[in-house]
Design a protein around this ligand. Sequence first.
Ligand code: C2E
Ligand code: CA
Ligand code: CA
Length: 347
Amino acid sequence: MPEMDGVEVLNQLGMQGCKARIAISSGVGSRIMAAAHISAYEHGLDIAGLLSKPIRLETLREFLYCDPSLHPSIPDVKPAEELGNAPITSSDIRKAIQSEHFRLDYQPKVNCVSRRVTGFEALIRWDCPIKGLIMPDRFIQLSEELGLIGLITDQVVDNALNWHQSMAEIDKLSISINLSANSLQDLDLANWLEKMCDQAGIKKELVVLEITETAALGDQLLALDIFTRLRMKGFGVWIDDFGVGNSSLRVLARLPFSGIKLDKSFAMTATTSQESRIIIKSTVELSHSLGLLVIAEGVEDRETLDFLQEIGCDHAQGYYISRPMSGSTAADWMGGYHDRLDMAVSG
Ligand code: C2E
Ligand code: CA
Ligand code: CA
């Protein structure tokens, strides 16, 4: 690389939409490598892992043959390739709402000790007949800006609650729903959600609302009222992407959250970055002292799940357990996953 440094190469690959799996190798030290990893991830690159120089042959061999996508217990339900990057217009989104082209995938979360499934998070996808599969990062923010997110949230809540009703052992499974900042402007949110739960016949205690820190920072007084109402009615309210916003601690102290969801960038780098491990451990301690539960997302390997168990983290979510799946696949997957777990415990 005579003309560009490694970081610039990663930026260029990100801009060109490179889909190859990439290994980052350098002799600069683990902290800088971990930073490069996070930056590459944020550019949308698929990073297979980090290799510190000098590279030993055994390490390289282990690295090449430990591809988690080859791990038999991980169902490989990667989303179909997105078709092109044509711009999305407000009329596209309106049509999608009318024609109900949005659907939900579900990703399980597990208890770090028992490893059993404690709930699922609903994640929206847009099956556009013209543009193909479109992931939420491409349309949620735009829908918020266009004032269309409320209509999308209505469909998400309706679908997620109905799906939850169709699952076995529902009394033990929570359902997590992502709410956008705009929902926190609506003082009637708690009443509306309560009505939706009553109609679907689901206990409010099983419904978890995930709200990002940045969203909660908007109009704090209004958010405080809305959160308090939601919590009084029994809903769980979790702060999403914790640790990447700008005044996390103030938000934690002020708003009545039931738990925090540590941003996936920490668990994803836990095996390679001591700093990430320290942040995870300290956040777990801080949250427990405040009486909050903690979930780590972005768990991509067994080593990270074992680490989370060791430091007392409550829940984990990530590709190592399962990628997000369609509603019917999720139901089958859970049966098989618990059978394998019981077999591992008994013998
Ligand atoms: P999020 O709420 O932080 O959701 C987690 C994202 O991380 C999901 O991306 C999930 O597929 C991905 N993920 C889960 N485990 C792993 C892992 O181990 N490794 C890696 N690299 N990624 C993992 P997705 O589905 O593309 O969703 C992106 C974001 O879109 C969500 O981030 C959420 O903020 C937003 N979103 C999704 N569904 C909805 C919705 O119904 N309403 C609203 N308002 N926002 C939504
Ligand atoms: Ca979320
Ligand atoms: Ca998150």
